[in-house]
Design a protein around this ligand. Structure first.
Ligand code: URA
Length: 262
């Protein structure tokens, strides 16, 4: 892969080094870590911010069945009116997700925080800014303004659509309650790849409680859609030495996308 100068600038900003073995002649073959050989990863604990609690999610069948046939407007209004778990009590608004509705790449985070609860948009805080820089380095963007481009514009959402009070972990029951909405979003977007950021996204999509360090670096599948698990941006802000691994994961996700002309 050859990186453009703006992409290189962003990779440098992320603390990633380009290896250019044949400077002008060959492609930029790798983005090596900010860390050197022998770096022992501080594995992201279960939950990018916190530890998990509750039983493994299993979707309640009533909502799951209803969601299965919803189109986008019906799904959005079902989310807005949802009272399936206690998170509805304290939310200012639901955070449905945004981006291209048929994006090739879908990003699934954890849960809205205070800023997302206030704005109604996912990933608007510091971790959102890091996410945007990472996406931009891949030539991707959350910006779904015209011209629509499913290859360049992503769809971003979370495992739960309401902010957990005081930014605590979503519980197993809350993940279960919201799972039909996430599943329907994936079914409507029909992405070529899902990037699951953090342990809760991995848990909701794959049903796995394994640490990110064990799940990352390979392709999983959700109903036939490739899933790449990687570190949550909030974790990467605290543990920048793992940015290189996250970048490897994003490059793996990019291999699932259709090749672009440029
Ligand atoms: N903001 C979100 O919308 N999701 C996260 O997982 C973190 C911050």
């Amino acid at each position: 892969m050859r990186w453009s100068e703006p992409q290189r600038a962003m990779l440098r900003e992320m603390g990633l080094r380009l290896w250019l073995p044949q400077a002008a002649a060959g492609p930029d073959i790798a983005v090596a870590g900010a860390t050197g050989p022998g770096h022992a990863p501080a594995d992201e604990p279960a939950g990018s911010n916190k530890s998990m609690s509750g039983a493994p999610p299993s979707a309640p069948s009533g909502l799951a069945l209803a969601a299965e046939t919803m189109d986008w407007p019906a799904l959005q209004s079902a989310v807005e009116g949802c009272r399936a778990c206690g998170l509805c009590e304290n939310r200012r608004q639901t955070v449905f997700g945004l981006g291209h509705l048929r994006a090739q790449c879908m990003v699934v985070g954890e849960a809205p925080g205070e800023q997302e609860d206030a704005s109604g948009e996912p990933f608007v805080g510091d971790s959102g800014q890091l996410l945007d820089r990472m996406l931009r380095a891949l030539g991707l963007s959350r910006d779904a303004t015209e011209p629509a481009d499913a290859a360049r514009q992503v769809f971003i959402t979370n495992t739960v659509k309401c902010r957990p009070p005081r930014n605590r972990n979503p519980t197993g029951d809350e993940l279960s309650a919201c799972q039909p909405f996430l599943q329907r979003q994936v079914a409507l977007v029909q992405p070529k790849v899902i990037i699951a950021m953090g342990a809760f996204a991995a848990r909701s999509l794959l049903g796995s409680d394994e640490p990110i360090g064990k799940l990352r670096g390979r392709l999983h599948s959700w109903r036939g859609v490739p899933v790449v698990v990687t570190y949550h941006p909030a974790y990467l802000l605290r543990q920048p030495s793992d940015k290189a691994r996250a970048w490897e994961d994003l490059c793996l996700a990019a291999t699932c996308l259709a090749p672009r002309a440029d």
